[in-house]
Design a protein around this ligand. Structure first.
Ligand code: AKG
Length: 261
């Protein structure tokens, strides 16, 4: 297969645990994603995000594959799948696609965490998260912070830090223009910061997990029959719709509702 990942990016991902691709999304796709997300926040109101989790001072959306065909372009983007494969070096599947927007004018800082509370294991890394920025991410509006290299520690921040919500001396703030994407080895300690601005900071989280781990949102049960009927075979496979092993793992493992993903 043709390798499209820049070598410096591959190295950055391996060593620092994340890589930023500024202005990755085309203006047309960015606009479509923004308008779809805004319509969903408006339509779902107080219930938004409730299929998965609510979060203080934050708007969330969950189960997005069931809520617009445009989202298939996000989770199935070939280059992004190649980046995911550089983190999770075995077969992987989509765990979930969510939206997140910290409220303007709030002090709420999301605790540093590893997605679904997982550290690397004897097989390597098992979680990767791609944040699609729908607005500029700035130091004022709640850009994501990441502690470079922590994906290699094999420890959760809550085991090590006195205050996972406090500042960290090594933190890197991931800023970039709307349309950028950041690929995160999701064992790296990371979290959203406070949106102290007056404007929105919308994004999507495309979360992927190794084949032997549970999906965060069980796509076979959460997608409508109409949505499933419209999926290509490749998308069915990425979402593990027909896989009995995934059904068994996901239904029996409480990690799928794990910490903040
Ligand atoms: O939206 C962000 O900046 C990061 C959010 C995150 O890591 C999460 O919700 O698990």
């Amino acid at each position: 297969m043709l390798c499209m990942i820049d070598e410096a990016h591959r190295q950055g991902l391996a060593e620092r645990g994340f890589v930023l691709l500024p202005n990755y999304t085309s203006p047309a796709l960015l606009e479509e994603l923004r308008s779809t997300v805004d319509a969903l926040y408006a339509r779902e109101g107080e219930a938004a995000g409730s299929e998965f989790r609510r979060e203080q001072d934050t708007d969330r959306l969950a189960n997005l594959l069931d809520k617009g065909k445009v989202f298939q372009r996000v989770v199935g983007d070939p280059l992004m799948l190649e980046y995911v494969g550089a983190v999770i070096t075995e077969r992987f599947k989509l765990g979930s696609l969510n939206g997140r927007a910290p409220h303007p004018g709030s002090d709420w800082v999301q605790p540093l965490h590893c997605d679904v509370g997982l550290v690397k294991d004897e097989r390597g890394y098992s979680v990767c998260n791609i944040i699609w920025m729908l607005d500029d991410f700035t130091p004022e509006n709640g850009a994501t912070r990441i502690i470079p290299g922590t994906h290699q520690l094999g420890k959760l921040p809550q085991e090590v830090l006195a205050d996972p919500m406090g500042p960290h001396p090594d933190e890197a703030l991931v800023t970039g223009p709307a349309g950028s994407v950041v690929i995160i080895n999701a064992h790296a300690w990371h979290g959203g910061t406070a949106n102290r601005s007056r404007g929105p900071r919308r994004c999507l989280h495309a979360f992927y997990t190794r084949w032997d781990k549970p999906q965060q949102q069980f796509q076979r049960e959460m997608l409508s029959e109409a949505t499933k009927a419209g999926l290509t075979p490749a998308m069915r496979e990425l979402l593990a719709i027909d896989d009995e092993e995934n059904a068994r793992i996901t239904k029996s493992d409480p990690l799928r509702s794990g910490f903040l993903k």
